[in-house]
Design a protein around this ligand. Sequence first.
Ligand code: NAD
Ligand code: DAU
Length: 354
Amino acid sequence: MNRGKYTIIITGGAGFIGSHLVRRFVRMYPDYRIINLDSLTYAGNLANLTDVASAPNYHFVKGNICDFALVQKVFADFKVDAVIHLAAESHVDRSITDPFTFAQTNVMGTLCLLHAAKEFWNGREEDHLFYHVSTDEVYGSLADSGFFTENTPYDPHSPYSASKASSDHFVRAYRDTYALPVVLSNCSNNYGPFQFPEKLIPLFINNIKHGKPLPVYGNGQNVRDWLYVEDHAQAIDLIFHKGKRGDTYNIGGCNEWKNIDLIRLLIEITDRQLGREAGCSEGLISYVADRAGHDLRYAIDASKLKSALGWKPSCCFEEGVERTVRWYLENEEWLRQVTSGAYQEYYMKMYGDK
Ligand code: NAD
Ligand code: DAU
């Protein structure tokens, strides 16, 4: 998109990555009008956005992306120029117990947005864009070597990744069938402030802090490629403004960690920041039954994004984890709020009474 006075819907803007993206766009582009469309599920939290909530170029709309009439109305009321679509059910473990919700939000919700965009932009596609934010999990699982490129065939294994893969296919189908202007990106694991403590890093920081067991799935040898969330937001910004219409870009940290090594790093940093004796939380490591369909390894080849658009991650991992641990330890009230109520029920079901 060339820079102009755009009105952009960011879906899922009250979630983890969405809130970082909303903050970035609201602050960096005062001429843009940012509409955060979010239904505020358990993962959506307006407390993630208190610092930009009263900005004149920011508007919050509470609404479900599966509600087609509502999505049509948002396009019409705000005369929407572009969409950056992040709203999704995002946790693999929840998709194993509740696959229907994942199909509904991730597939049908994406379809509602695509169709509303197609209708509203009909015949005026040039200066519009539908940006679909997706995941590396659509590519499946790697053995010890190799990387996911943009041409790796899709091979999803969890209901979450199957639903994201399906949504990616719908986006490309709207590009090919209706000439909808789209761009897609598939990113590796994000970490940083405001991530819901069901995901590995915030869950484990919180458990280390409270001396609770650290549930390592299987043998802890699974590998993930970690990227600081603000580097993902920066990549989305770059692709939104400079990415080639119709293309896909992989985003990754070139930063692979075996889960067990990452967990030891979290223990070391969290204990140190809490002023505890080194290694005193090592005993909390507790190997539990493996996740069903657990992908062994994800690793992104982000060379297309680097060479075509000049992107590179700015945050080194050790520094990013230090910063992240400090944030969770300093933001006790945020953590207390999101771990009360329904979270306790989820935790009991998932990990038992530990
Ligand atoms: P998240 O779970 O933290 O946030 C999801 C947001 O979407 C929440 O604010 C929630 O309220 C909202 N939402 C859910 N269902 C909705 C609905 N039906 N209507 C409107 N809003 C709804 O997710 P996240 O980790 O920030 O991920 C954001 C996007 O990025 C997702 O599409 C995810 O697949 C993708 N992604 C995430 C990662 C990661 O590591 N977290 C990596 C790559 C891609
Ligand atoms: O790769 C991108 C994906 O990364 C995103 O699309 C997803 O939305 C996001 O949730 C994330 O998926 P993962 O399944 O990789 O993330 P999670 O934090 O759930 O798990 C990371 C690894 O840690 C994985 O191998 C499973 C393991 N794990 C996780 C939890 C929650 C454990 O060993 N114990 C746990 O309690």
